[in-house]
Write a protein that binds this ligand. Sequence first.
Ligand code: AQP
Length: 357
Amino acid sequence: ARVIFSGIQPTGVPHLGNYLGALRQWVTLQDAAAPDETLLYAIVDLHAITLKQDPAQLRQWRREMLASLLAVGLDPKRSIIFCQSDVPQHAELMWILSCNASMGYLSRMTQWKSKLSLPATASPLDLAPPRSPSAPSLPSLKLGLFSYPVLQAADILLYRTTHVPVGEDQSQHLEFAREVANSFNHIFSPTTPLLIPPETILSPAKRIMSLTKPTKKMSKSDPDIKSRILITDSKDVISKKLKSSLTDSLDGISYNHSTRPGVSNLIDIMYYLDESIASSPVQLCADFQNMSLKALKEKVAEAVDTQIRDVRERYESVMGGDAGALADVGDEGARKAEERAKETIGRVRKVLGFTWD
Ligand code: AQP
């Protein structure tokens, strides 16, 4: 039976990219799940601390993220929803896997480089000595950020996950997780694979772009709040953010991500919010070809508000409700996740030789 796992960092309220690229897919998988399927959705706070976090803020963001997951439609009766740091086996498996993870492979991962604003071609060896005043030197690069993909591999492999629904930005890390599983099995469990190389489920909305810098992905950590629409934004805020989104000065509406990234991103947002309105983003563009950019932005704002209104209302009701009830959901999720994690860790310990018998 399928085991589905995915995670999201508690680094702010989710935005439309998280929603269309991941969360909505999580709910669809939950609602379509066969009775023998297991779904696990983690709030990955151990990942969040690879960059500096304020503890009070992190505590608040964990709560906001749990409320967001419930608001989008995840149901704790059908999905195991939990915080990663509440299940200690994530860190244990990460250590074990890191003892066999290649520095060379990790240095090719693009995400830690983008977090540090380094070119994709940078390698840790280039980092010492620093090439520019803004580039970090090797001693200042934090080990946790560099080894982030190993923790992500541990998250997935810990539950013997078969499928991982993510946005396109995570494809490279999933490839790494498969490599880690295969190499572990090869060394420690060659006859019956203990760890399962997971399949990626890419959501159709692979990459939603920033509203203000449409050649970059929409991101929670962008300091410019106008760059993203939160799933909790009011109608008025949605409309203002879209009005100020960066487009271009060409006439009409056409779809081309390299020449018209801003307009194409708005079309993508509109199409992926409700795929029944056209057969593809290109088709939707054809329907809108003579529309002004101002009218397009108004139409997209209307569509966003219609699609996320219920989510926003549920979020407000969860956050305004009993704080203890929210904590109970997290505790119960962690208990169920740990039960499964212990099973895999027990087997891993055995093949490593960590037993007395
Ligand atoms: N712009 C995006 N388009 C489509 N999918 C996206 N995802 C993130 N941004 C987009 C998907 O959301 C899931 C959870 O992401 P995350 O919070 O764990 O990490 P992230 O990819 O680093 O997301 P952010 O929003 O950019 O957060 P920060 O700024 O904190 O790093 C993943 O499945 C991801 O693919």
